[in-house]
Write a protein that binds this ligand. Structure first.
Ligand SMILES: [Mn+2]
Length: 291
């Protein structure tokens, strides 16, 4: 028995296609998608259509929530700023009413129960919040609290875009990492394969290298790179496999800068670039502040 957990595709169709090619080789019995199919990348509509066509069970993520709220016009002035233009376009123009209704219907967690194997709970964030990720910065007690409420021994989260696992007595907590926008310094499209053998699951973290050029081209076609620093930030995150969104907001807040000023973005780019060791591994955030 083999199951694949795929999460955080984030509108990155070339990364998703790379995972689909890998899955064709691996041939899992079931595939589950643990949230955040949409947003951050330039091809949310295509990714959502593909997931729906495949019929894979999908768990609600914080970016599904975000897009639904944008579409429903939940008032939040910041979301209507130029900075969030790609999100607005996605929310307003690309997804159909049926897509939005589908996203609203998604479960916030799923239980995977295979005969003769420990049961698994899938949840995008933690058992308590869509945007509380499970990761190595948590103490054992924090991690146990975050999965409290799941009666299954295994809990698999996503959201942080960083693969992770820790055993805590009878509990096993894992994070499947991200397909479309990893933050663990490895730009490959990442997902989790669980292999059931002799009454137990074994975890295999898969990382599938792919050419990111088509993603950059898809971004260029949107026209947003010229007007939206959010779009440039997302490209920068993709390029470096590193989380920049929160640090960029903090950088702007500290100096009182306009987040959508190209010169401000250039200054952040330069400053952050100097701190990227070899422009590859940059995973020293003390806590998960993924937004
Ligand atoms: Mn995500």
């Amino acid at each position: 028995m083999r199951i694949a957990i795929v999460s955080d595709i984030h509108g990155n169709m070339p990364a998703f296609q790379a995972v689909l090619r890998d899955l064709a080789q691996v041939q899992p019995d079931h595939v589950y998608v643990n949230g955040d199919v949409v947003n951050r990348g330039p091809q949310s509509k295509e990714c959502l259509e593909q997931v729906r066509a495949l019929g894979w069970p999908l768990v609600f993520g914080n970016h599904e929530e975000y897009i639904v709220k944008c579409r429903r016009g939940v008032p939040d002035e910041d979301w209507w700023s130029l900075f969030w233009l790609p999100v607005r376009r996605l929310a307003q123009d690309e997804l159909t009413d049926d897509d939005i209704a589908y996203l609203e219907s998604l479960p916030h967690s799923l239980v995977v129960a295979e005969p003769g194997l420990p049961a698994i709970r899938l949840v995008h964030g933690s058992m308590h919040a869509l945007n509380e990720g499970l990761g190595p910065w948590m103490t054992d007690d924090e991690l146990l609290a975050a999965v409290n409420g799941a009666s299954e021994p295994i809990v698999i989260g996503a959201h942080t875009h960083r693969t992770f696992e820790r055993r805590l007595g009878t509990r096993w907590v894992l994070n499947s990492g991200a397909v479309g926008m990893p933050y663990n310094g490895d730009p490959a499209a990442q997902y989790l394969l669980l292999v059931g053998e002799n009454g137990n699951w074994r975890a295999e973290f898969r990382a599938v290298p792919y050419d990111r050029t088509p993603v950059y081209e898809a971004w260029a076609r949107t026209g947003y790179l010229e007007v939206s620093m959010a779009a440039r930030l997302m490209v920068y995150e993709l390029e470096t496999a590193t989380y920049h969104f929160g640090p960029y907001f903090d950088f702007c807040a500290q100096h009182g800068y306009d987040r959508n000023d190209p010169e401000v973005f250039a200054a952040y780019w330069q400053a952050s670039r100097d701190t990227l060791p070899g422009r590859a591994v940059h995973n020293h955030l003390p806590r998960d502040d993924t937004r």
